[in-house]
Design a binder for this molecule. Sequence first.
Ligand code: GRF
Length: 209
Amino acid sequence: MLRLLVLVSGGGTNLQAVIDGIKDGTIGDTKIVKVISNKRDAYALARAENAGIETEVISRRDYETKEDFEKALSEGIMKADPDLIVLAGFLVVLPAGIVKNFENRIINIHPSLIPSFCGKNFYGLRVHEEALKRGVKLTGATVHFVDEGCDSGPIILQKAVEVKETDTPEILQKRVMEQAEWKIMPEAINLIAKGRVKVENGKVRITGG
Ligand code: GRF
């Protein structure tokens, strides 16, 4: 059984896709042991509670210094004792010690085809605004392992999505979520649970199947 810890900050539609994937068998041999949010009002917390999953809020606001917050976050993560940490719209940079401790055991979903429209400051609607500004005809989503850089870790899965001339950033964001994010996130977790994801020389190789 793969023990998942999911970290969230917002609406939690990717968390929902993982909860549903475990329920309908798309994701095998996996259990969400806890959901941690840095935002007390994140709707993702309600989604977790509705599914009977333990939740915890660790907010920067409750700590005087960044160091104290990072210490609490690290302790919360270690206490959950996860095999895999899933960043599902988590808008906090993870403490360096956690990234080191969980090498190739933290995954993130990014709403573009990395290395396009990624890195510092590329999050939320901004990613889609920039894609529309550049006039790309295809965009998509990427699930990747988290390393010490920003969106720079080994790529696990990507899925392309068509851009339409009439798109607004909001419409494109929704299409990328529906057609790519909610599919490749559960798929990546299932592959990891099955032991089919290997990292060699900074690149992912999917084995078997
Ligand atoms: C998604 O667009 C994801 O790609 C990005 O943050 C957003 C999270 O949305 N990393 P949700 O909270 O899963 O609905």
